[in-house]
Design a protein around this ligand. Structure first.
Ligand code: HEC
Ligand code: HEC
Length: 225
């Protein structure tokens, strides 16, 4: 009996490793879901689907197993790949706020996610290629990446209580407030991002060049480019 059980486990493991997957992809997935279900995640919450943690995890898998069931109702950013990636450092889960919040049990507020969901998030962060570097220029895409995303979005997002700079419409609406608070000649003394109790900035201070790019974007008509 024990030997049978062990053979069965090894068989399931083979499926995971992709041994048989390549030959009969659909059949294998069905087998995996129906026959291996007992072996994976037995102690985990019933409400979650069985999570396949193999190979690269793409955004649609992350969305369907983690973000849609557990995050999107509170965070509109969780449905958008770029906004999710702003909250992680590709290849470095431990230092990614997306992973930290889930691992610490802070998110979702209703209680910690099952360990396989956490593993899926970790795997996604570890296997997702770094977003290509975006050149600094006066396009919206560039200032969103270099200025808003790096220095402001951790607080000024749709989930927080501060005014949101998330997405084109919000940045456009708040553009003059953003430039007024940053364009003070000396980036060292800028009031935003705020300083913590130890005197450290809570987010990176934008460079003078990024503020300049923002000003150009404004004077060129604040295009969604
Ligand atoms: C019931 C509502 C709710 C759910 C569900 C929820 N969150 Fe949150 N989350 C919040 C609130 C409110 C804040 C703002 C408090 C703060 O800034 O820490 C927040 C803050 C965050 C932050 C830091 C701020 C930011 O925008 O980067 C991250 C990251 C985060 N949540 C991730 C998640 C993830 C991942 C999930 C799903 C696994 C999730 N949350 C589910 C309410 C929720
Ligand atoms: C760590 C969190 C945090 C970050 C990062 C942050 N802010 Fe703020 N911001 C706040 C808080 C809190 C307030 C409201 C309290 C205040 O005015 O000090 C605020 C207020 C503001 C206001 C309104 C000020 C007023 O007088 O009404 C503007 C404009 C602003 N922030 C712009 C920015 C810009 C631009 C960035 C990015 C370069 C940024 N903030 C980054 C937390 C943050």
């Amino acid at each position: 009996m024990l030997i049978l059980a062990m053979k069965y486990l090894i068989y399931c493991k083979d499926l995971f490793n992709g041994g048989k997957m390549k030959m009969f992809p659909i059949l294998s997935i069905l087998l995996l879901v129906f026959s291996c279900k007992v072996n994976i995640g037995t102690n985990e919450s019933e409400q979650f689907k069985v999570v396949p943690i193999t190979g690269n995890i793409d955004f649609s898998a992350l969305k369907s197993y983690v973000l849609s069931p557990s995050c999107i109702r509170c965070h509109s950013w969780a449905s958008d790949e770029a906004s999710v990636q702003q909250r992680m450092i590709s290849g470095d889960a431990e230092n990614s706020i997306l992973y930290q919040k889930i691992k610490s049990g802070t998110m979702p507020p209703s209680g910690a996610l099952p360990s396989r969901q956490l593993q899926l998030v970790e795997r996604y962060i570890m296997t997702t290629k770094r977003a290509p570097t975006i050149a600094l220029n006066s396009t919206f895409q560039s200032i969103q990446f270099h200025l808003i995303g790096k220095s402001c979005l951790s607080c000024h997002n749709n989930a927080g209580k501060e005014m949101s700079f998330e997405g084109y419409a919000n940045v456009k609406r708040r553009a003059s407030e953003i430039i007024d608070i940053l364009d003070i000649g000396d980036m060292e003394g800028t009031p935003m991002p705020p300083i913590d109790a130890n005197g450290n900035r809570k987010a990176p201070v934008p460079t003078a060049q990024t503020v300049e790019a923002f000003r150009s974007w404004m004077s060129e008509g604040m295009l969604n480019n």
